[in-house]
Ligand binder design. Structure first.
Ligand SMILES: [Zn+2]
Length: 211
């Protein structure tokens, strides 16, 4: 799957000091492997973005708070992970707003902007002509990715590491998963990827730099 992020040019590729930035993103959580992913990020002084499912937030509110407390950005990945391609407008709106409500209840006090999420990612990257328009109506920018090592398919830690390092470049958005299954390969891969990229001078930021 080759999908270009329509907003990628809005994300800076370098810090004001000239350091190259890579944006790590995690979908489908919070879930069992989230603490391990958070630990790997913390060990490497990395900030990331979690595209969370409302249903998972309901099950693991403590993990969502841990994400926010660590300075990671929280974004909307719908409530129950439907494909948004061809979805009815009222279902789209319910999926997005119910997720926003539970995130607000759980970590709203930790949002430093005006208490809400600004970014969304469609499950499976599936979209149609309505997706970005309806998301905008709710105040969201849609964010896809530029590097996808298919970690959800558990290809092995080395395969994840190899692909991310091969495709890394300033401004890249890496798609990984902390939910939807056993993501121990993803956490193990992070422990190799982050130090290797840091050695090349990269820093790791969340998709909303002000947060
Ligand atoms: Zn997903």
């Amino acid at each position: 799957m080759e999908t270009k992020n329509p907003n990628v040019e809005l994300r800076p590729s370098h810090t004001p000091a000239g350091q190259p930035i890579i944006y790590f993103t995690f979908d489908d959580g919070p879930a069992e492997n989230t603490p391990d992913v958070l630990a790997a990020l913390a060990e490497n002084n990395a900030k990331a973005t979690f595209f969370v499912l409302g249903g998972q937030v309901k099950a693991h509110p403590d993990l969502l708070r841990a994400e926010a407390e660590a300075g990671h950005y929280i974004a909307n990945h719908t409530f129950s992970h439907p494909s948004l391609q061809g979805i009815a407008r009222d279902i789209f709106m319910t999926e997005m707003t119910e997720t926003a409500e539970i995130v607000q209840e759980t970590v709203g006090d930790m949002f430093k902007l005006d208490g809400r999420m600004y970014l969304m990612r469609p499950p499976y990257g599936h979209t149609d002509d309505n997706t970005a328009v309806w998301a905008r109506e709710l105040g969201y920018d849609m964010v896809l990715w530029t590097i996808d090592p298919w970690d959800w398919n558990t290809p092995g830690t080395e395969a994840i590491v190899t692909q991310v390092l091969a495709e890394a470049q300033p401004g890249a958005i890496v798609l990984l998963h902390d939910g939807g299954g056993d993501r121990s390969q993803t956490a193990a891969a992070l422990r190799q990827i982050l130090p290797a990229l840091a050695e090349q001078g990269y820093v790791f930021r969340n998709l909303y730099l002000g947060w």
